[in-house]
Design a protein around this ligand. Sequence first.
Ligand SMILES: Nc1ncnc2c1ncn2[C@@H]1O[C@H](COP(=O)(O)OP(=O)(O)OP(=O)(O)O)[C@@H](O)[C@H]1O
Ligand SMILES: [Mg+2]
Length: 266
Amino acid sequence: MIRLENLSKIFNEDTPNETLALRYISLDIKEGDFITIIGSNGAGKTTLFNIISGTYPPTEGRVFIDGQDVTRHPEYKRARYIGRIFQDPLLGTASNMTLEDNMMICYKKGFKGLRISLNHKMKEFFREQLDQLDMDLDNRMKDNVVLLSGGQRQALTLLMMAISKPKLILLDEHTAALDPKNAQIVLALTTHFIREYRFTTMMITHNMSQAIKYGTRLLMMDKGEIILDVEGEEKKDLTVDKLVKKFHEIRKRTFETDEVLLSGRT
Ligand SMILES: Nc1ncnc2c1ncn2[C@@H]1O[C@H](COP(=O)(O)OP(=O)(O)OP(=O)(O)O)[C@@H](O)[C@H]1O
Ligand SMILES: [Mg+2]
């Protein structure tokens, strides 16, 4: 469904700050894959998402979606089929618009070209959807989004994304800025939506046990490369300790002992 071919990205080429952020990455993402991505700071995870979503082009290599070469397609063109959620809850929704207007925009995106108006039936549909989130939002359709908490905003962003029916979902540490309770709620909602709508998903997380627990396939990145790609039984079999050991075997150095990365070690 999505094919990445030999992608590289060099920032600040030919300057003292030159960074090789991605080193010739190739990857086939199959329909229905739920890929979790881990890797230390600066491994190139966000850069990979930026290239998939067209924020900037790769230095070399190509991106295919359903067989079509979209490498040079601008971000706004890809936004129709790629949904992305960032760490910052402020980025997913329009602050000074009401919940219902935000949802309407996404709904229209999911039904390209159709004339749809915010009538009573539509409002009722939105209210039911908000009610399902169980975050006390169903009676706040006329509130501006700016009044919501971070967790409520991420939940709304998830719901809006689900309504717009993207081909691919990119989640870049989308629960990292939330307190543990809300992070858990948003993560549960995330897996609920992915399961219900069978979204093909890539989720970056800094939490190894989360990366192991969720998804159908796990990628580990280091210094611009994918150094591990496991799925199926092999993934089910993973533990934090096994991952740390594998990293050591592959890279011949110790995995960064970041507490969050290692959290959940059993
Ligand atoms: N716009 C940019 N200009 C220059 N360098 C950049 C830019 N974006 C990323 N980099 C560099 O590229 C490398 C990879 O960064 P990236 O943000 O992709 O890492 P990451 O894996 O997402 O890390 P983190 O876990 O900290 O979010 C880093 O060395 C970073 O400093
Ligand atoms: Mg990042």
